[in-house]
Design a binder for this molecule. Sequence first.
Ligand code: SF4
Ligand code: SF4
Length: 57
Amino acid sequence: MAFMISTTSCTACGTCLPECAVEAISEGTEYYTIDADACIDCGACEAACPEGAISES
Ligand code: SF4
Ligand code: SF4
């Protein structure tokens, strides 16, 4: 299990980036991505995303 960012819902706002303690989130120009191997499933980014773009897969 890991958290994923929806490529269609993400607006690349950047709010989630500082929430991740293990730096599993990467910036992108159109959407951000989560490295599933690095993610420790804490859920902090999901709670912070104003678009509801992050969910557990
Ligand atoms: S669930 Fe936690 S560890 Fe995984 S990407 Fe989000 S903030 Fe980082
Ligand atoms: S907080 Fe949500 S909308 Fe903003 S960059 Fe992260 S996933 Fe995308």
